[in-house]
Write a protein that binds this ligand. Structure first.
Ligand code: ADP
Ligand code: ASP
Ligand code: MG
Length: 402
């Protein structure tokens, strides 16, 4: 008997009619003889709505209470889906995370699933459809935790791994993974198959269709994924180990994000240990530094250091830099109207000239590059935010993705 994990995102369960539609998909899969574990997100917009409510109480709302609040969104859709299945004469049951339990570790609002008991679910799988609210778990203290935005994807992958499922299907509001966001760039093309590494780069660099940590877990434990539409019957995108993919193009996709900020320290002393002194206090409070550029010291004494961080960390970073007694610099400037555009492709490794082609393409549309970072299968640049969609379109065209 085939065991399947089916995950439905926020838009897929956004209304009662859509939940009933999802129930029909699940019913069909169940009646075809499969064992089914369903993972659901909250109705689209619900998690943001709950966050906004908490902010009306306090800008510093308790993180523990926020997890209690946010986890409710997925609990609503789980019970509605199980109820819709029961209404269709399918035996179904919601298992809340503390009932299973699904164990997490880490901070409130940003935990990770580390394990799950299997007993209760295995027992019920032979009798009916299991429904689990995504995005949450229970800490070792017994508190409810959530596992980061988009975290229902991670719940689905964790369940597929722990229950040794034959497939993990991520149902969403687009037909699969595209060469770039199809809702912003209509010429984007659906990708039939993609490697874990490329998907991990794309999602980490802004392609929201899969949550990065879910892809990372799938890659680590070799859980094959399929991203497909809740609303059409079209073939989706298969995500698996790269050995099986034949690369015909150097670039597989273009991703972008608009949540970056850039800081430059001008006139920093040029001596050993300075960079460590700048970044150590940021690391301590888990501010993630993305790109770093150090210019050549003009007079052998001072240099300029530019780096990028998440925009939400800007104020805190400036405060930390201002209070850092270990570093000396002449001036500090920042810019939060920047964005990052990236090309990703395993085929880049074997194609010379990709870097030049990207820079040339951006120059042709008069886009200035503010910072660059590369890895074996990706090339990212920071540019002005106002240029981002033009840059994505241009790169999509010149790398033959339209
Ligand atoms: P869900 O609620 O189902 O989890 P998400 O909103 O998290 O769905 O992710 C789906 C969205 O991701 C799409 O509606 C699309 O706008 C966006 N997206 C961004 N980049 C891509 C891409 N490369 N391929 C497909 N979708 C993408
Ligand atoms: N509801 C959560 C969010 O909006 C989790 C998810 O949808 O996957 O981030
Ligand atoms: Mg999502």
């Amino acid at each position: 008997m085939t065991k399947k994990v089916l995950k439905f995102g926020g838009t897929s369960v956004g209304t009662i009619e859509r939940i009933q539609h999802v129930a029909r998909i699940v019913k069909k899969e169940y009646e075809a003889g499969n064992q089914i574990i369903t993972v659901v997100s909250a109705m689209s917009g619900k998690t943001n709505e709950l966050i906004n409510l908490s902010r009306e109480i306090s800008k510093n709302f308790s993180k523990r209470e926020l997890d209690v609040l946010l986890s409710s969104g997925e609990q609503v859709t789980s019970s509605l889906l199980a109820g819709a299945l029961i209404e269709m004469n399918i035996k179904a049951k919601t298992f809340l995370n503390w009932q299973i339990p699904i164990l997490t570790e880490g901070d409130h609002n940003n935990s990770r699933i580390i394990n799950s008991s299997t007993e209760k679910i295995n027992k019920f799988l032979d009798q009916g459809v299991v429904v689990i609210p995504g995005f949450q778990g229970i800490s070792k203290n017994g508190d409810i935790t959530t596992i980061g935005r988009g975290g229902s994807d991670a719940t689905a992958v964790a369940m597929a791994k722990i229950f040794n499922a034959d497939s993990c299907e991520i149902y969403t509001d687009v037909d699969g993974v595209f060469s770039t966001d199809p809702n912003k760039i209509p010429v984007a093309k659906k990708i039939d198959q993609i490697s874990y590494d490329e998907m991990l780069e794309l999602s980490s660099l802004g392609a929201k269709v899969m949550q990065p940590s879910a892809v990372q877990t799938a890659m680590m434990y070799d859980v094959p994924l399929e991203v497909k539409s809740t609303f059409t019957d079209r073939r989706g995108t298969k995500i698996f180990d790269k050995q099986n993919i034949d690369y015909t193009k150097s670039v597989t996709g273009v991703a972008y994000s608009k949540d970056d900020a850039k800081i430059t320290l001008i006139g920093v002393e040029d001596k050993p240990g300075v960079a460590a002194n700048i970044f150590e206090p940021l690391n301590k409070v888990q501010i993630n530094v993305d790109m770093v550029i150090q210019s050549v010291a003009a007079n052998n004494k001072t240099t300029d250091i530019t780096f990028t961080i998440k925009r939400g960390d800007l104020l805190k970073t400036l405060e930390i830099l201002n209070n850092n007694k270990k570093i000396k610099y002449k001036n500090i400037i920042h810019n939060d109207k920047v964005a990052k555009v990236s090309i990703v492709g395993a085929g880049m490794v074997s194609t010379p000239g990709v870097t030049y082609k990207m820079f040339q393409g951006l120059a042709e549309i008069n886009v200035n590059i503010l910072a660059i970072s590369t890895s074996e299968i990706k090339l990212s640049v920071i540019i002005k935010e106002e240029n981002i969609l033009n840059a994505v379109k241009k790169l999509h065209t010149i790398f033959d993705l339209d």
